[in-house]
Design a protein around this ligand. Structure first.
Ligand SMILES: NC(=O)c1ccc[n+]([C@@H]2O[C@H](COP(=O)([O-])OP(=O)(O)OC[C@H]3O[C@@H](n4cnc5c(N)ncnc54)[C@H](O)[C@@H]3O)[C@@H](O)[C@H]2O)c1
Ligand SMILES: [Zn+2]
Length: 366
């Protein structure tokens, strides 16, 4: 762990400084940041969803006003079902009616659904305008708001249409997490535990040791944790901006996790499925001789200590393996499986067989 005390982290894209991540306890600093990046005096459209708007839209609008020519809003119904081209069309229409130009800016206020959809709209409106990420879920703070992957779902295919489009700023008001449901908050912990497991053993141990402060959403603890996780994600996306190699390590727990997510038809949250997938992938890591049995069991205990599931019922192991086989992480007919070579170091493994995966899936199905 670096344990920096800064409230700011610079992120590069293809070797050049691209945008800063800011951590605050309110929205008040955003006008100054907008000025700093040269966007003062533009039009700003805040895109958000129906759950987030009642809590946080007014405060953000007020904070942006001093730096804006005009602030408008586009609110769509909350949920993954809205992450599609129809909603994008709604935003385009709003932007055209309000005379948004190339130099103007979108602001994504919300979780990963809002962030992905707003980023994609910004990537395509007038061949690309700027956008700012204001993530309000734990998952979007440590994962989806960083790295420039944007997109929407198409029919039943997730993230089928998208673009790489870097934000101009990522501004996190950590107090927005206080209105998030416990279940959504804990789901974000799935990705955070993943960060420790794949990149930093000290951080993984710190998470365990600070469990109470994390569950209580104490500000200092949140700040340390979110900063650390953002820094881990930053490092990975900087070294691999277009997902050619290292970025695959972020898929630890996702190969089987995504399959569980599909088979449970979105009854489980993403982070919950990742938790189950990490338990399964850790078991394979133990069976391959990378982890000790104690380490594997310890991982399961840590996941459970954050009230995340490590087992699932009502699905079939064979279906899990087949669904995972259709996943894009399959390369040339071979599994591209992410395992833990040790705690704090993930590797891409191409030796995991369908039988290995099925045995691991059976082990997490009750
Ligand atoms: N671009 C990427 O790199 C990337 C990475 C991971 C996930 N994703 C995407 O992110 C999405 C999931 O993101 P998510 O988990 O944030 O889901 P989400 O955006 O649906 O948010 C979860 C729920 O919490 C509500 N909410 C958000 N902030 C709130 C707050 N502060 N207070 C109260 N309620 C609040 C939302 O309205 C929603 O109901 C998926 O579509 C996934 O594909 C993208
Ligand atoms: Zn994920």
């Amino acid at each position: 762990m670096r344990m920096t005390e800064d409230g700011r982290l610079a992120v590069s894209y293809n070797g050049t400084p691209a945008y800063d991540i800011i951590w605050e306890q309110n929205f008040e600093g955003i006008a100054a940041e907008i000025e700093r990046i040269g966007l003062a005096g533009r039009r700003f459209c805040i895109v958000t969803d129906s759950n987030v708007a009642p809590f946080h839209l007014d405060a953000l609008k007020k904070a942006i006003a001093p730096a804006a020519l005009k602030v408008t809003e586009y609110v769509f119904p909350a949920g993954e079902a809205s992450k599609n081209l129809d909603t994008v069309k709604g935003v385009y229409t709003h932007l055209i009616e309000e005379a948004y130009e190339r130099k103007d800016c979108l602001i994504a206020l919300g979780g990963g659904v809002v962030g992905d959809l707003t980023g994609y709209t910004a990537a395509t409106y007038l061949r690309g305008i700027r956008f700012i990420q204001v993530p309000t879920t734990l998952l979007s703070m440590v994962d989806s708001s960083i790295g420039g992957k944007t997109g929407v779902d198409f029919d039943r295919y997730k993230n089928m249409v998208g673009a790489f489009h870097q934000p101009s700023l990522v501004y996190m008001n950590l107090n927005t997490l206080l209105t998030l449901s416990a279940r959504e908050y804990l789901s974000g912990m799935g990705e955070i535990i993943k960060h420790g497991l794949i990149k930093d053993k000290d951080y993984y141990e710190w998470l365990s040791a600070n469990r109470e402060g994390i569950l209580a959403r104490e500000y200092r603890t949140l700040l340390t944790m979110i900063r650390e996780s953002c820094d881990i994600k930053r490092g990975v996306v900087e070294r691999d901006p277009k997902e050619a190699g290292e970025r695959a390590l972020l898929n630890f727990g996702h190969t089987l996790g995504h399959a569980v997510e599909k088979l449970k038809d979105l009854k489980l949250l993403h982070g919950e499925c990742v938790a189950i997938g990490m338990a399964a992938a850790s078991e394979i890591s133990w069976r391959k001789g990378f982890l000790s049995k104690e380490e594997y069991e310890g991982i399961v205990r840590v996941i459970e200590s954050f009230s995340l599931p490590v087992t699932v019922s009502g699905i079939d192991a064979q279906d899990v393996v087949e669904t995972a086989g259709h996943d894009k992480k399959m390369e040339g007919g071979k599994w591209k499986f992410i395992l833990l070579e040790r705690i704090g170091n993930a590797i891409i493994d191409r030796t995991v067989t369908r039988e290995d995966a099925k045995a691991a899936a059976m082990n997490v199905i009750r």
